[in-house]
Design a binder for this molecule. Structure first.
Ligand SMILES: C[S@@+](CC[C@H](N)C(=O)[O-])C[C@H]1O[C@@H](n2cnc3c(N)ncnc32)[C@H](O)[C@@H]1O
Length: 291
């Protein structure tokens, strides 16, 4: 296949594209990421039959007509969508044995539970929570449980909605768990059982650009927000903006779980850190102050 070599293109325009991309996605392009970023731009230019980097920059800035925003098309090639079921065993144990049972106790009077997997990629994180909750809340028809997964990548969300996975997504599941949660289709892929698929809804969403909390959407008064392995790729400014909005989207007493070391407690006065075996989490303070 013919390819475009953008290494000779104006560095100034490439830097402008990276800055535009950072401002909209939060993702920083540093070190080895530059190679992947250049390849992604070259792939898009080839597909769009654009040979000039300045023309491509204009297309990013001013997407015309219908169709998908060029920014999202480029994003899909740059993100790392790595995810799998029951990722990080110590965190999963903390979720199953401590965090979810505590939340169930505190939400028992209202019997409502609102959970958001932000930056959910192809859905494994959100569905893992659905699987854990179904075991913990066998009579869940008496509860209103909302689990929502969002990701900037439209393609990942489409895959999450299908609920069909390859072996690599099930790498941490035992044989018994695989057959209990999935059925195998004729392509040797694993289809998540309907009872779990129907517990989760998914939609495209950008942590940096979207407005939340918002009472006209689902994104308010959350009991639990999980946003793991997302901020490691973010610029510090975007981490601050996104985590501030996520904190405001929690109920008082609600819980926020980022990945290990991805968020510094000192930057967020409305969140109080708590170390549990296997996970460091944040709790939304009742009075917007650390106690
Ligand atoms: C490595 S995956 C993590 C998936 C899952 N949370 C996990 O831990 O298995 C990172 C995800 O963050 C998403 N992401 C990156 N920037 C984002 C943004 N600005 N808004 C929402 N999602 C974003 C990517 O599309 C990608 O799917």
């Amino acid at each position: 296949m013919k390819s475009i070599d953008i290494s000779q293109s104006g560095n100034e325009t490439l830097a402008k594209i990276a800055e535009f991309f950072r401002q909209r996605s939060g993702l920083k392009i540093a070190g080895r990421d530059w190679h992947k970023f250049h390849e992604a731009i070259a792939e898009r230019m080839l597909l769009l039959k654009i040979s000039n980097i300045h023309t491509y920059y204009q297309k990013l800035l001013f997407p015309l007509g219908g169709g998908s925003d060029e920014f999202l098309q480029l994003t899909a090639l740059v993100i790392n969508p790595e995810s799998y079921f029951f990722r990080d065993a110590p965190y999963l144990s903390a979720l199953r044995d401590i965090i979810l049972p505590r939340l169930i106790e505190s939400c028992r009077p209202s019997r409502q539970l609102r959970i958001w997997s932000a930056g959910c990629s192809t859905g494994e994180e959100a569905y893992s929570i659905a699987i854990l909750l179904s075991a913990l809340l066998p009579l869940k028809e008496h509860w209103q449980v909302m689990i929502v997964g969002t990701d900037i990548c439209e393609e990942s969300i489409a895959k999450a909605l299908r609920g069909i996975y390859k072996e690599s997504s099930l790498r941490d599941l035992s044989e018994a768990e695989r057959h209990s949660y999935f059925t195998k289709n004729s392509n040797n892929e694993w289809l998540l059982r309907e009872k779990y698929r129907t517990m989760v809804k998914f939609q495209q969403g950008n942590l940096v650009e979207d407005q939340f909390p918002s009472t006209v959407t689902e994104f308010h008064d959350m009991d639990l927000i999980i946003c793991r392995n997302v901020f490691i790729y973010f610029h510090p400014t975007a981490i601050y903006t996104s985590v501030t909005k996520l904190a405001n989207t929690l109920k008082p007493g609600g819980i926020f779980i980022p990945g290990h070391g991805e968020v510094q407690a000192a930057d967020f006065p409305s969140l109080k850190g708590e170390l549990l075996p296997g996970v460091f989490l944040f709790k939304k303070c009742d009075d917007n102050k650390k106690s």
